[in-house]
Design a protein around this ligand. Sequence first.
Ligand code: NPW
Ligand code: ADP
Length: 279
Amino acid sequence: MSAWLEWTDTDARSWIAVPGPHDDKYSRGVLGVITGSVEYPGAAILGVEAAHRTGVGMVRYVGPRFVRSLVLARRPEVVTQPGRVQAWLVGSGMDAARRSFVLVGELTRAISSGEPVVVDAAALDLVAAHTGPTIITPHYRELASLLAKREIDVSAADIAADPSGWAVRAAIELDVVVLLKGASTFVADPVGQAIVVRAGTNELATAGTGDVLGGILGSLLATHASELRTDISLLAPLAATAALLHGRAAERASGGGPIAALDVAEALPAAIATLTGRA
Ligand SMILES: NC(=O)C1=CN([C@@H]2O[C@H](COP(=O)(O)OP(=O)(O)OC[C@H]3O[C@@H](n4cnc5c(N)ncnc54)[C@H](OP(=O)(O)O)[C@@H]3O)[C@@H](O)[C@H]2O)[C@@H](O)CC1
Ligand SMILES: Nc1ncnc2c1ncn2[C@@H]1O[C@H](COP(=O)(O)OP(=O)(O)O)[C@@H](O)[C@H]1O
């Protein structure tokens, strides 16, 4: 039985990299993003927006031409030329049943690149290909179907009844860090780190907020890539920090009222300024 550490602002603060005078876009870290599809273009925009607003050196986006143009229309900073990256975010905004061979190849190459990777939504079934520091970000249904593929008979309702227990079991079974999304977020790693994040507002229960979380987490991995190369145990605190930041941005965006996912991404800079004491 894991003892769950409740993540606080004080815990999170030191996991957000603040650039110094000697930094440039490459030293801060480049995030490669393979998300979105013609069916779900919005997820790509939300993740890329959140990645930029969390603070990262560069985002390289890989996706269909139609989605690329939408991403560029929203964020001209994005680079769509292939090149080196320090971390990957893959899988949000796709339908696993409609992936082309080319796309499966791109997703698998990223997951097996050895770089830190966030695996979401329609790439979850490819996670066994991971070779480097890896975090999966399922919600209850996604975790149930992922475990079912490994012949573990569990329903989304079973996971909802014991999310912390299933997060731990999945981390051990899949040998990756699990960030299990829900009203509380449970982060578990295969060697027993267990962190719960309760920040946020129930207004987060709206479409696309998970895609925003992916972008935040991708940025945190890209900006800590060199430390992660030598210490994989940093993944769990980085995942918890992403969830806390997501929650704080949502509270700020909400102000007690409803939010849309893009509002959460837009509130990130102010939430980070407050968290890091620079407001
Ligand atoms: N803007 C974007 O681009 C966005 C893109 N997104 C992207 O979409 C992809 C799929 O993500 P997801 O989480 O929705 O997928 P999944 O777990 O398969 O859920 C399907 C289940 O939901 C249920 N269901 C459906 N309608 C229902 C209803 N009205 N009321 C009740 N239940 C209902 C349905 O049940 P059924 O209708 O089959 O009975 C089935 O069980 C993923 O790639 C994500 O990134 C999202 O982030 C959103 C914003
Ligand atoms: N009732 C809730 N209260 C607080 N946070 C929630 C609640 N429901 C979902 N969330 C959070 O909102 C996000 C939803 O992500 P996800 O289920 O992937 O949605 P989507 O696929 O539409 O982006 C997650 O970060 C999750 O932890």
